[in-house]
Write a protein that binds this ligand. Structure first.
Ligand SMILES: NC(=O)C1=CN([C@@H]2O[C@H](COP(=O)(O)OP(=O)(O)OC[C@H]3O[C@@H](n4cnc5c(N)ncnc54)[C@H](OP(=O)(O)O)[C@@H]3O)[C@@H](O)[C@H]2O)C=CC1
Ligand SMILES: Nc1nc(=O)c2c([nH]1)NC[C@@H]1CN(c3ccc(C(=O)N[C@@H](CCC(=O)O)C(=O)O)cc3)C=[N+]21
Length: 308
């Protein structure tokens, strides 16, 4: 079998176009502010794509640049000013931050109602508890991809490789909310290859190029590669051995062009949701509203082990 490609570039573009159409009908422009500290090369690239995507979809987007040596107190002042500014609906402080700044203190300074990254502990706690809140963009984007592929999650064995606060943990929470049977793997896990071989849905978010061997993939499995690794030749590659995995999987995301573009589209989605929720026009949904799309009881895996 050769897997079908889960084309995040195209699906993300479709989501951004739909958001743009909604924004055009609002009568106001949802405000997004991205704060970037210093000149980390990857951050420069990502922040530029976020700003461009936001403007294209009709958002009022501005990037705030601060020097590498800005004191933590200076960054906290900027965050507080954005919290207080009624024109601002979404605030994102790009990570990583320079070493003299405690990222946790900064993330906790963001108003949870404007926390479009979903990184504030209030939003993380709400997600863990199944309460309404803002959900991190990358795992939310993965849920959109799974919906697009028609993956039936209830009862499915889902394996999440990586347990970071920004990807692995919220990913596992969303899959669990969608009634998957979730296993989390991390650097202390034993038998990682065997655990992956049992996965009907495998999400890799480690940051080690090609760590997931092609022969860890169950025939027909859905493989989502969150990893973004810069190779020696300058090209980007995921955490999954792509060609070998594609020969076995049912669906697979490429890198680039898979999860990354969905992260950006979901940032816009979160900014629109935050803007509407702040104005009392909508209530935020549990699990970012993405889990229930999957919980249709009439769909089920029913393939038994291996999916073949
Ligand atoms: N596409 C996108 O939009 C995004 C992509 N990324 C990419 O995703 C990847 C992961 O990012 P992030 O979650 O922030 O990374 P972190 O470094 O914060 O977390 C990595 C996780 O992988 C686990 N891990 C490390 N080594 C191993 C190993 N040998 N076996 C099993 N588990 C291991 C760690 O375990 P432990 O907890 O035990 O240390 C940790 O839980 C990176 O490549 C990053 O660039 C990140 C964000 C967005
Ligand atoms: N506060 C904060 N929020 C984040 O969401 C956040 C962050 N900090 N720091 C860094 C990570 C990483 N991240 C990506 C976003 C888009 C792509 C993306 O669009 N990738 C393209 C390729 C881009 C390229 O060519 O370099 C793709 O995969 O096709 C990747 C990675 C968001 N992050």
């Amino acid at each position: 079998m050769t897997a079908r490609l889960l084309d995040g570039k195209a699906i993300g573009a479709g989501l951004r176009a739909a958001l743009g159409a909604r924004v055009a009908g609002l009568g106001f422009r949802p405000g997004l502010r991205v704060v970037r500290v210093g000149d980390d090369l990857a951050s420069v690239v990502y922040v530029r794509s976020k700003d461009r995507a936001a403007k294209e979809a009709g958002f009022d987007s501005e990037t705030i640049l601060l020097p590498d040596d800005v004191p933590e107190s200076g960054l906290l002042d900027v965050v507080r000013r954005l919290n207080a500014d009624p024109a601002v609906d979404g605030i994102l402080v790009q990570l990583p931050l320079p070493k003299h700044i405690d990222p946790q203190r900064v993330l906790e300074a963001v108003d949870p109602a404007k926390d479009v990254d979903g990184f504030h502990p209030v939003n993380a706690g709400r997600l863990a508890a199944g309460l309404p809140g803002l959900v991190p963009c990358t795992p939310k984007g993965v849920m959109h991809l799974l919906a697009e592929a028609g993956v039936a999650l209830p009862g499915a064995r889902a394996v999440v490789l990586g347990r970071s606060a920004i990807v692995g943990r919220p990913m596992a929470a969303l899959l669990l909310a969608a009634d998957a049977t979730v296993t989390m793997l991390h650097s202390r896990s034993r038998d990682i290859a065997e655990e992956c071989r049992r996965a009907e849905v495998l999400v890799a978010a480690v940051g080690r190029e090609g760590m997931v061997n092609g022969d860890w993939i169950a025939p027909g499995a859905v493989v989502v590669d969150v990893g973004i690794n810069r190779r020696a030749d300058g090209k980007l590659a995921g955490d999954v051995e792509f060609e070998a995995a594609r020969a076995r999987a049912g669906w697979i995301t490429p890198v680039p062009g898979g999860v990354g573009p969905m992260t950006i589209a979901c940032l816009l989605e979160n900014t629109l949701e935050a803007a509407l929720a702040r104005r009392g026009a909508i209530a935020l949904q549990p699990n970012g509203g993405v889990a229930e799309e999957h919980a249709t009881p009439e769909q089920s895996y029913g393939h038994g082990p291996g999916l073949a």
